[in-house]
Design a binder for this molecule. Structure first.
Ligand SMILES: Nc1nc2c(ncn2[C@@H]2O[C@H](COP(=O)(O)OP(=O)(O)OP(=O)(O)O)[C@@H](O)[C@H]2O)c(=O)[nH]1
Length: 363
């Protein structure tokens, strides 16, 4: 997985399971706060129509309205219990939001005030859902609430329950502008957040993954290994004579060698494979669903290309590989790496450079 190419971006893998990253998945605590807010608004709605002197619902009877609120309560309480059990459930996020839009619309339809205060609930719906669950739900809640306001206001006039008022037009305009503005701002915040996340995973010199990202990805791979039993191969590469390159030709030449090596690695692996700079002149490559024979071929191919580039540019260096397979040579990243590192060390001490050694199986 190579990072200076969008197709190879680590986010891509992470986000594939998350609808291309357009959802945010808040934890239970955050969802609990949203449900509590819903119930507070429900109490306010019931209080407004039942206990405010002079307020009579314009369309339905108070009993009908209370039944609607009771149904709302039952549905959202069900969602609340579901959320406590299953945190991540996009279908529930959508459903709960549309139920909010429905009850807000019923409230606005029955609100006797010429400029209904219940209209403000739509702002709460858009912000409460949009800011919590990502841009996709934000856009949907914006479109949903905007359409609902249009329909509800039209119905109020069509049913003769309300008269045209410039105040209402301005309230809608202001509300609409606030929401569109917050959508744009939220989009920017989301983009910056993603950029930050991406940058924190990249080794800036080579454009490959850094050690932090590698550890995250391999952690997930070992977890998956328990269910799918798909083996993967780890190649640990260490450049030979790299210190001499630095000492004799300068640090800039050393940097060039590291960048070129990264380019060669990228050219020799497939899209789902992972390539990372582990530190200094050490690199880790992970080949998914591959055998040690296949890894050996890749290592040889990289060595050939390194030799060619080294000759062409008259910079003397080579690369040594240690190879190991999960879980045969280790059932955690650190364990596997330790075994492969030993193989690499053995290779370095028995060759003058450019060796390939496979780790010993764990007994
Ligand atoms: N140019 C450059 N040099 C670096 C960078 N990071 C580490 N180094 C240098 O890489 C060198 C690594 O040293 P060694 O591990 O001894 O390299 P080597 O000569 O290939 O020796 P072996 O790995 O033992 O075969 C050190 O001189 C570090 O200063 C970097 O980002 N750029």
């Amino acid at each position: 997985m190579v990072l200076d190419d969008r197709r190879h971006h680590p986010d891509r893998r992470a986000n594939n399971d998350q609808s291309e990253g357009r959802y945010r998945y808040p934890g239970w605590q955050e969802q609990k706060i949203q449900f509590i807010t819903r119930f507070i608004f429900l109490v306010l709605g019931v209080g407004f129509f039942n206990f405010t002197t002079g307020i009579v619902p314009t369309l339905w009877s108070t009993e009908q309205l209370n039944s609607a609120y009771a149904i709302y309560f039952i549905l959202q309480a069900g969602m609340f219990i579901h959320a406590a059990k299953i945190n991540i459930c996009p279908t529930r996020y959508h459903l709960a939001m549309w139920i909010d839009i429905a009850i807000a619309s019923i409230s606005v339809l029955n609100d006797p005030y010429p400029i209904p205060p219940s209209l403000l609930v739509y702002i709460m719906i858009v912000l409460g859902n949009g800011m919590r669950y990502g841009m996709r739900l934000f856009a949907e809640s914006l479109i949903g609430c905007f359409s609902a306001v249009m329909v509800v206001l039209f119905l109020r006039y069509a049913l003769g329950n309300s008269e045209f008022s410039p105040g209402l037009v301005f309230l809608n305009l202001f509300g609409g502008i606030i929401l569109v503005y917050s959508y744009v701002l939220m989009g920017r915040i989301e983009r910056s957040r993603k950029e930050l996340e991406t940058n924190s995973n990249i080794d800036t010199l080579t454009g490959l993954l850094n050690r932090r990202a590698l550890q995250e990805i391999t952690g997930t791979m070992f977890e998956k290994l328990q269910c799918n039993h798909k083996k993967f191969v780890l190649l640990f590469a260490d450049l030979d004579k790299f210190k001499d390159v630095n000492d004799e030709l300068g640090h800039a030449a050393g940097d060039l060698v590291l960048r070129e090596f990264a380019r060669i690695v990228r050219a020799c692996i497939r899209e789902p494979d992972v390539a990372a700079r582990f530190g200094g002149d050490e690199f880790v490559i992970i080949l998914e669903d591959a055998t040690l024979n296949h890894a050996q071929l890749i290592a040889e191919r990289i060595q050939q290309q390194v030799a060619r580039w080294s000759d062409d540019n008259e910079i003397d260096f080579s690369v040594t590989f240690g190879l190991g397979e999960a879980p045969t040579h280790g059932n955690s990243f650190s364990h596997l790496l330790e075994q492969v590192d030993q193989a690499l060390y053995h290779s370095k001490s028995t060759h003058t450079g450019g060796g390939i050694t496979v780790a010993r199986p764990v007994i």
